[in-house]
Design a protein around this ligand. Structure first.
Ligand SMILES: Cc1cc2nc3c(=O)[nH]c(=O)nc-3n(C[C@H](O)[C@H](O)[C@H](O)COP(=O)(O)OP(=O)(O)OC[C@H]3O[C@@H](n4cnc5c(N)ncnc54)[C@H](O)[C@@H]3O)c2cc1C
Length: 288
């Protein structure tokens, strides 16, 4: 049963930020795909709900070769999945969206809501961090940007300050000879992942690894970069033994917890296997 609340419906971003600053016990609602579940469970009972779903200024996908991709916070998962520029320049993002929940949820849930919810099993964050994304947030006092990696603080906790909204996700254009891949392991099709891995690989002119990122999903309180494995890859040539070694490191350096879906040990095993597979896929894509 959802407790009573006062409903605030701003028409513009300026109004939204002013209302958010004015009301103390206020929660933002956008698609409601995550928020309404915890409200229905009685986990939160805010006095005010600030509905930003119809703030059109935050609903956009923009792309240019210099600035890369910019996605407004109220853009739905489905719009990202269907975007031609995203398909062409960031195929890993489309592949991820394609497996996020059902079409119904993707039609309503938004990228800003997903990231602000900070569920460690959320799909977009690992891929976006692999693609070196930043996030722009803002309040009535002004805007600021940070790397998406720094945005996640703990289970369901972000670096958002009081009165701040997620405004935009910014993804640079990947360097030439870059590949990226993402896969989650789930028990039910289109459900949250038991674990997930995103990897990106950039090659130099000689075909050796210039840069790599490995990000684990649902393997700890926040999306987890496996820097020890990333460093192992830099300067090396394609070698499946190397990918297996990186997978072993990932399974050691993660912090998964056991729940009804999988034991900690099983999660570590899956993370090792997926890391190896995602590195191979990303590398092969980078080689073209
Ligand atoms: C059946 C089902 C299956 C799902 N499966 C998946 C899945 O496989 N993978 C996955 O990643 N997710 C999954 N989800 C979660 C869901 O898709 C996302 O979390 C959703 O995108 C959240 O967006 P929303 O707009 O609905 O956010 P809301 O539910 O409206 O809000 C979520 C949280 O973010 C805050 N918020 C919203 N927008 C902003 C903003 N712009 N600035 C600051 N705070 C904001 C809200 O206050 C709230 O705390 C599933 C959900 C359902 C119901």
């Amino acid at each position: 049963m959802i407790s009573d609340f006062n409903y605030l419906k701003p028409g513009t971003l300026k109004e939204a930020l002013a209302m958010f600053a004015e009301h103390d016990d206020c929660k933002v609602i956008c698609g409601g795909q995550s928020l309404l579940i915890i409200m229905r469970q009685g986990m939160i009972a805010p006095e005010y709900l600030l509905d930003i779903k119809h703030v059109k200024e935050l609903d956009y996908i923009k792309f240019d070769k210099n600035d890369g991709l910019k996605i407004g916070a109220t853009t739905t998962h489905r719009s990202i999945e269907k975007s031609d520029v995203v398909k062409k320049n960031y195929p890993a993002l489309v592949a991820m969206e394609n497996k996020l929940a059902s079409i119904q949820v993707r039609n309503w849930g938004t990228i800003g809501g997903n990231l602000a919810h900070a569920d460690p099993a959320g799909d977009p964050a690992p891929v976006l961090i692999a693609l070196k994304a930043d996030i722009k947030v803002g309040s009535a006092k002004g805007d600021r940007a940070m790397s998406l990696e720094d945005f996640f603080v703990d289970y369901f906790e972000t670096a958002l300050d009081k009165g701040e909204l997620v405004l935009e996700v910014q993804v640079p254009l990947p360097e030439p000879k870059t590949g990226a891949a993402y896969q989650k392991f789930n028990l039910l099709e289109s459900d949250m992942g038991v674990v997930a891995v995103a990897a990106s690989v950039t090659l130099n002119g000689g075909g050796k690894c210039k840069d790599a990122r490995i990000i684990l999903g649902n393997a700890g309180p926040t999306p987890k970069r496996v820097k020890r494995a990333e460093e192992l890859l830099v300067g090396k040539a394609y070698d499946e033994g190397l990918f297996a070694e990186a997978g072993k490191i990932a399974s050691e350096d993660c912090e998964p917890v056991a729940d009804i879906h999988a034991s900690e040990e099983h999660r570590r095993h899956l993370l090792g296997v997926l890391t190896k597979r995602m590195l191979k896929q990303a590398w092969e894509q980078a080689r073209g």
